[in-house]
Design a protein around this ligand. Sequence first.
Ligand code: PRX
Length: 635
Amino acid sequence: MSNYHVKNLEEYFQVYRKSVRDPETFWGEIAEENFLWRKPWDTVLEYNFEKPEITWYKGAKLNITENCIDRHLYARGEKTAIIFEPNDPKEKAEHISYNQLHDRVCRFANVLKENGIKKGDRVCIYLPMIPELAISLLACARIGAIHSVVFAGFSAKAISTRINDCDCKMVITSDGSFRGSKTIDLKGIVDDALESCDGIETVLVVKRIHSEITMVEGRDRWLQPLLDEASNMCQPEIMDAEDPLFILYTSGSTGQPKGMVHSTAGYMVYTAYTFKNVFQYREDDVYWCTADIGWITGHSYIVYGPLANGATTVLFEGVPAYPDWGRFWEVVEKHKVNQFYTAPTAIRALAKERLDFSEKHDLSSLKILGTVGEPINEEAWHWYNDTIGKKKCPIVDTWWQTETGGIMISPIPFSTPTIPTFATLPLPGIQPTLMDEVGEELSGNMVSGRLCIKFPWPSMARTIWGNHKRFKETYFSAYKDMYFTGDGALRNSTGYYRITGRVDDVIIVSGHNLGTAPIEDSINEHPAVSESAIVGFPHDVKGSALYGYVILKETGETRNHDNLRKEINQIITEHIGPIAKLDKIQFTSGLPKTRSGKIMRRILRKIAEKDASNLGDTSTLLNPEVVQEIMDNAL
Ligand code: PRX
């Protein structure tokens, strides 16, 4: 039996028990047997959740790109590492072998160096889903620079906030991006962002859509000529196990986005381990995760996890509806995809479309179907299972977070019996628990509470960039000696976990985490607005959509309210991005508040959910009369 590859339920239980009984031996063996180290570690784990301080593989030295690329060259040099499937199905797919990937990453790494980037520097990457995106991550990692990828749907303001928060020296972007039948002017957005970023010395620009753009002299450089000139050999920078590999921003319920910092060795070991087991990857399989590399799912399960296993990973530039809703299935058929990993919001959107979009394609290569990002509803689960998997492909409902770095709770396919909507059991090494609101651990089964993790795992985030205090407060202060996830969950009679949703003010819209406070802050910048509150309400494709309650400064506002709604969404788009737009905006004269001035979101949520029959006790409100008004005008 190997710890690294769990093949049946009995092995899972054995391996799991070992991982809990003796985590250090467990993770020590996995690391030793499956990766390339320049120097072994002194200790496997040191930790203190109080501070919090977490150190895996202390003293070890490595480079993650040697593990993801170089060590495969001997046996798999000609094997395809990345299949690039462009937005336009008429454009030829590109197969990048491990040898070619090595060449391209080394050239790119040398370009970074020649442009003044060195170990520890932060590089902002704002690119569409093209090979250069994966390659730029790896090029940074090759020389020890810390990448900070910003999803290429975020606005100029969101980019500049992220660039300034971690003092990036460089931006890597493209002239533009293709998105279905549209193009997006990425370089123009970056130019706007950089008006408020003094630290950026260089912008490297990939030519993708061949649009007319402005190149700022002394700052902007086309990438391709530099790559052509660069050497294809680049010695990897030898990194400490705990050196930061990347920063990735995620929304909090309040304040600025949090720059989650991931380390090198622990992240590598855990993403590789979970990729192997959750997708039961075999040597000749073709694996496809439809996420964007701008999110953690893409970092861990398009780039690092698959490549660390020498896998073939599909990188898809397009969208599910272009040229029509059959695109995913056309790509599955074309590349004979074996493992397919997507999000519930995509599944729901696809399930609404005609059956022949999937029926006309040969999906018989599929072995395993995955889902991530938000709770999957039963109907979507069954559609995925029946229509796509033909009831033969186990569904892995994988629960995890930007902060956890890798998948935490998930079935092992062909081993763990699945139940719709249950993420099922913790992966080896993961010790989840449920807590009640007063801090008591809920023992036994058939309970629901707040999901916490009792013991460190290798890929957990180490800090929030520049704000360790916030890291401690957000994740390690709610419950003593535990990592608090912010999610609610229940445990059924067999010990399976079902994630019920966020217990804080984060709303997941189409799988994207959105904090309410930053959206409210941007709405409040509209000159006609005095106050606002955002809640989520159920939406049949997005999972949740946003409902805004807005108080105007002048109640006698004469302007057309629909125009005002448009302006508010425009401000949100500028500040955050179109993903944070509100579906419904209700103007109101007041918001229900407690006597201490806190908005009672519970009431607003119920009204938005059209479930106002039981609003609970409203007598403690400062202004109970406003509730009736809000109910009467609900949208
Ligand atoms: O609420 C949980 C939900 O997504 C949150 C994490 O979002 P993010 O950091 O953007 O990472 C998403 C991709 C890993 C979690 O706190 N979530 C994620 N996966 C699931 C889920 N909710 C239910 N079921 C899941 N499988």
